[in-house]
Design a protein around this ligand. Structure first.
Ligand code: BT5
Length: 326
């Protein structure tokens, strides 16, 4: 209830950016007392929002806080469902773990878990995902698409396109995608995506898309073993990036692409994905659980499966692998 009021309050300021809104106006709009409005405004101030309050005119939001809060992400968010319910946590083991529980408990489609820090962030096959405090975007998104299970990996590719577009929108850098889930800048990894399912034998209950974006880390923030392979948006652009802006942009892009996908299928996503892909046409080695394949990456199929032509001209379809570029 409390957070529903806060959400309506933030929505009111979002729809009237830069304008003063009076306590009475807000109270009428939300259906609460002026004292309750005042209490919520004080809460926002404690969260780090800078407010201007003028007698007879009302309140205005001048500046949003540096750390991410659910309120700040909502400030300016124009999506229909994605991010309309945000679970914000200071420190978690993994946002995937919380999202799995929420999804199991029937959380609405578009529910998101965002954390400032993960102490047990994970990649594919239980690898470690380094997720230090206040510097990155660590989040998990719950979707409930009505698609057959084998098509679920397409959503990883869709999420990668959304994140690339969001990065382009809020920074000056242009990232590239390495199949299936790495986003690279100058050959170093800036984002990883982990897609997991809750499904019955023939039906998806939910898809949980975990997205990790390195935003404001500097090289010294990385452990030794990541320094040669990882980078951050701040390192690449030379600027501090507002993480809430990036998250909001990713929500907007992801919702748009997801609706396009449900309506038109994978083809428009495939074309966008290929326009950002780094490996197409290049010699690569794909390391799969059943061995390595070396050859030229031809592109992806209608289903998002990677096609590689080996040196003997045989075309392989690769469903899951780690890719090394030559
Ligand atoms: C991934 O796995 O790239 C998927 C990462 C997904 C992370 C998000 S954060 C929110 C959500 N909650 C979670 O717990 N996870 C998701 P993979 O392709 O397996 O790559 C893992 C490898 O990337 C590691 O073995 C390291 O080599 C490298 N790595 C670890 N942390 C990194 C970082 N912060 N930046 C770049 N590379 C990293």
């Amino acid at each position: 209830m409390q957070s529903q009021l806060r959400k309506q309050l933030i929505d009111a300021f979002t729809n009237n950016k830069d304008e003063f809104l009076s306590g009475q106006y807000l109270a009428d709009l939300i259906g609460c007392s002026r004292t309750a409005v005042w209490k919520h405004m004080e809460e926002l101030r404690k969260e780090g929002f800078e407010l201007e309050a003028i007698r007879k005119k009302g309140y205005r939001i001048v500046k949003t806080p540096e750390n991410i809060t659910a309120d700040e992400i909502r400030f300016g968010l124009k999506t229909k469902f994605l991010g309309q319910s945000i679970h914000y946590e200071e420190s978690v083991e993994s946002t995937q773990k919380i999202a799995h529980r929420l999804a199991y408990d029937q959380a609405a489609e578009g529910t998101v878990v965002v954390a400032e820090e993960q102490v047990a962030g994970r990649g594919r096959m239980d690898r470690v995902w380094h997720s230090p405090k206040y510097t990155g975007v660590w989040m998990s998104i719950i979707l409930r698409p009505n698609i057959p299970i084998p098509k679920a990996p397409q959503l990883t590719l869709l999420a990668a396109v959304a994140v690339v577009q969001a990065i382009e929108e809020v920074t000056t850098v242009t990232p590239q995608i390495k199949w299936p889930n790495d986003i690279l800048i100058n050959g170093k990894k800036v984002t990883g995506i982990l897609t997991e399912l809750q499904a019955e034998a023939d039906r998806i209950n939910s898809v949980i898309i975990g997205i990790g974006i390195n935003v404001n880390q500097q090289m010294e923030d990385y452990p030794e073993e990541l320094r040669t392979i990882a980078t951050s948006l701040s390192i690449e652009s030379g600027k501090r990036i507002n993480r809430a802006d990036l998250i909001r942009s990713a929500f907007n892009r992801l919702e748009h692409l997801y609706e396009l996908y449900l309506e038109k299928g994978f083809l428009p996503i495939k074309l966008l994905w290929e326009s950002y892909a780094i490996s197409i046409g290049k010699m690569i080695t794909a390391r799969t659980l059943s061995g390595s394949i070396r050859g030229r990456a031809l592109g992806i199929t209608e289903d998002g499966v990677l096609k590689i032509e080996d040196t003997e001209g045989i075309v392989h379809q690769v469903y899951s692998a780690d890719i090394e570029l030559e």
